[in-house]
Design a protein around this ligand. Structure first.
Ligand code: AP5
Ligand code: MG
Length: 221
């Protein structure tokens, strides 16, 4: 089973992806985490994408498609993918389909988290992440057990470089102009499930799990 998570910056894609991938045995592939890890290594890819990310712009399609598709080989160990942050343009969606078809697979469901722009800034500026495992926290909504340390591996938490008020406005603009058309693309295929992401993390997770569980049952029946 292959799933795509969509939603604006700060909608909760990473937060929910961690839980869903553990619950359903899926490989969590986050395009943002991949690019941040390349930047931390100082790789050629990391250097190419840094300017786009810091400005809140999408990385050009060709760069991200090549980077993400090279991660797909590992999927054999899992029951499928949970794609978080990719695809996020119609071109990326169209390029993904034949790759999955070539492996006898397809996108089974697209989960779109809905959070209005006015709630996004507080979520983004209060976010802290673990640079080691990518786990996501919030200084008010989702605190770690020990202040400033990741619950999973005790690494000191950091703030993302693109989590500023000015940059998030650019990221929201990119979402509205470049990613919303992708939602229409999947709606046209009857795969889009819209979920109210403004509720607490557990309530959102429960609704997403219900949708995924139902799709998983259909996939085997
Ligand atoms: P990426 O890392 O994907 O960033 P994004 O899409 O902007 O999304 P975020 O990671 O900011 O938010 P999220 O939805 O994961 O929310 P989270 O769970 O962390 O991409 C970064 C950049 O990389 C892009 O700008 C672009 O440059 C480049 N890039 C990546 N993929 C690309 C692609 N395919 N094509 C081109 N360029 C690409 O939650 C946010 C906060 O809210 C946290 O603090 C969390 O604790 C809190 N929170 C979560 N859920 C709730 C809740 N229910 N209630 C209250 N608080 C909550
Ligand atoms: Mg994320």
């Amino acid at each position: 089973m292959n799933l795509v998570l969509l939603g604006p910056p700060g909608a909760g894609k990473g937060t929910q992806a961690t839980r869903l991938s553990e619950t359903f045995g899926l490989q969590h592939l986050s395009s943002g985490d991949l690019l941040r890890s390349e930047r931390a290594k100082g790789s050629p890819l990391g250097q190419r994408v840094a300017g786009y990310m810091d400005a809140g712009q999408l990385v050009p399609d060709d760069i991200i498609i090549e980077a993400i598709l090279s991660q797909f080989q590992e999927a054999g160990r899992h029951r499928g993918f949970l794609l978080d942050g990719f695809p996020r343009t119609v071109t990326q969606g169209e390029r993904l389909d034949p790759v999955l078809e070539g492996a006898g697979a397809r996108v089974n469901a697209v989960l779109a988290l809905r959070v209005p722009d006015k709630e996004i800034v507080d979520r983004i500026t209060g976010r802290r992440i673990c640079p080691t495992c990518g786990r996501v926290y919030h200084e008010k909504n989702q605190r770690p057990v020990r202040t400033g340390l990741c619950d999973n591996d005790q690494t000191p938490l950091i703030q993302r470089k693109d989590d500023t008020v000015d940059v998030v406005k650019q990221r929201l603009a990119a979402y509205h102009t470049q990613t919303e058309p992708l939602e229409e693309y999947y709606r046209g295929q009857g795969k889009l499930f819209e979920v109210d992401g403004t509720r607490d993390v557990e309530t959102v997770f429960s609704e997403l799990s219900g949708i995924v569980g139902e799709r998983a049952n259909r996939a085997v029946s």
